[in-house]
Ligand binder design. Structure first.
Ligand SMILES: *[C@@H]1O[C@H](CO)[C@@H](O)[C@H](O)[C@H]1NC(C)=O
Length: 397
């Protein structure tokens, strides 16, 4: 049958052969194009995308010490245009055309207020919306960056002195619900509350353990300092402030880094500092011997004058040479200024040392009274640091 059909339709067979031939030729042509593509052309294509990237206007938003106030965190992100609404589960990151927004949280998301876990979760959820594979590899160049504050450090060192009792009760209740409420604890009784706090603390400990999400976040992906912004907005952000003596303690020499070529053989200074931190915090376990763990960390991390605890930068003055140190570190990092949180500025965000140091902890959390609720914003090449409040009103810092 087949043979008969074949011989009977010689004309169409010829057509088929020609068609297949043309298809094969076309396929080979396409394949040859791919393999013959000169290297130069590929480089050209890459440069073109890089140029496109460069044309994006950069906007830097920094949020200081949240301290368990998820509500103010949500309001500030909305007021700065980073998100599309304040409340709800489905808050979306706003992707502006021709603009790349970098969000830096300068540490101390947790403790004092009752929504530490909620605040942490909210930022992580927003970040998940913008994480691209490249960002995943390069923590220090992510679009949304979380710095470590002394309170995050306490969370991984089993220091729970500042965890809000109210939050522990809530965590305890949620945990009991998971157990199917087999044991009813009444939160109105003192003993009941204490019991719930104990259960809540177990939950808290688990969340910040080395292999858990928040614990990993602080140890492996946490940063001491990050550089963001372009032109006049290019700033280094850190929690309490990096000083020249910290670099000495880390034994970082000028030949160990290169700020000018991030893709080159040497890393920029901020990356080198963060690597030192991550190498040190990796081994931090929470245990009954937490004080031992604490003392094992180098003093530039754990000391009262260390990068997470020092009060020296906000106290800096020209007379005791404090501002000279700030200028030195700002130059070493290759930025216009250093931006820090950690020390509450009751009058709101402000700057010292001729604008080289910007202080952005406005005490936004309700736990502090939340009188000044401000975010740092700097936009474009010629931008200046602005304080934006929850109503979207802005002023120069
Ligand atoms: C961190 O640890 C890695 C792996 O041990 C090592 O290669 C790297 O040099 C360390 N970085 C610093 C800054 O000490």
């Amino acid at each position: 049958m087949k043979k008969k059909r074949k011989s009977g339709k010689d004309g169409s067979l010829l057509k088929d052969v020609v068609a297949i031939g043309i298809l094969i030729c076309f396929f080979l042509f396409v394949v040859s194009l791919y393999f013959k593509e000169p290297r130069g052309q590929r480089v050209f294509v890459k440069t073109k995308t890089e140029k496109n990237k460069k044309r994006l206007k950069t906007k830097v938003i920094a949020i200081g010490d949240v301290h368990g106030d998820e509500d103010v965190l949500r309001r500030l992100l909305f007021a700065t245009g980073a998100t599309d609404k304040v409340l709800g589960e489905d808050v979306k990151w706003v992707k502006e055309r021709n603009e790349r927004t970098v969000l830096v949280q300068t540490g101390d998301v947790v403790d004092r207020g009752k929504d530490s876990i909620g605040s942490f979760t909210f930022i992580r959820d927003i970040r998940a919306q913008v994480l691209v594979p490249g960002d995943e590899d390069d923590v220090d160049r992510r679009q949304i960056r979380l710095l470590v504050g002394n309170h995050e450090l306490m969370a991984i060192q089993a220091d729970y002195r500042f965890v809000a009792k109210e939050e522990l009760v809530a965590l305890g209740e949620a945990q009991m619900e998971k157990y199917g409420e087999q044991v009813k604890i009444h939160p109105d009784s003192t003993i009941g509350k204490k019991a719930l706090q104990k259960v809540g603390l177990l939950r808290w400990k688990k969340l910040f353990a080395p292999d858990e999400a928040f614990g990993k976040e602080i140890r492996e992906f946490g940063s001491v300092v990050t550089v963001a912004g372009e032109g006049n907005c290019k700033s280094a952000f850190s929690h309490a402030g990096v000083l020249p003596e910290h670099l000495k303690e880390m034994k970082i020499r000028s030949e160990d880094y290169d700020n000018t070529d991030d893709s080159g053989l040497k890393k920029s200074l901020d990356k080198v500092i963060n690597e030192h931190y991550r190498n040190s915090s990796k081994g931090v376990q929470m245990s009954g011997n937490s004080w031992q763990e604490r003392s094992r960390l180098p003093s530039w991390i754990n000391g009262g004058d260390g990068v997470f605890w020092t009060r020296e930068p906000p106290d800096a003055s020209e007379t005791n040479g404090g501002c000279d140190k700030i200028k030195e570190i700002v130059d070493l990092l290759g930025v216009k200024r250093m931006v820090i949180g950690h020390t509450v500025q009751w009058q709101g965000m402000n700057s010292i040392c001729g604008g080289k140091l910007v202080l952005i902890d406005s005490g936004m959390s309700y736990a502090y009274g939340g009188r000044k609720r401000e975010a740092f914003v700097c936009e474009g090449v010629n931008g200046v640091p602005m304080a934006v409040d929850t109503n979207g009103k802005s002023r120069r810092i």
